[in-house]
Design a protein around this ligand. Sequence first.
Ligand code: SF4
Length: 66
Amino acid sequence: MKVWVDPERCQGHTLCAMIAPDSFQLSDIDGSSSAISEVVPADQQDQVRDAAHSCPEQAIHITDET
Ligand code: SF4
C-alpha cells in the first residue's frame, strides 16, 4: 500500500498527523502534510486509511499496490 498527499489540496488541518502520527509529517513552513514514507508499513495501514477518510480536503491518496 502506498500513500501520497496532494499538496494542491492539503490545507494543513493536521488531522492526518493526529490520526496517524507515524505516517504523516507537517511542514514547519506552511503546515502542509506529507507522507513520511510512500510505502506504508503493514502496522500503519489502518491508521493511514482512517486519516485518508478523515481528511476534509480529500488530499490523501492511497493505492493498494505493494
Ligand atoms: S488532514 Fe488533509 S488537509 Fe489536513 S493536513 Fe492532512 S492531508 Fe492536509
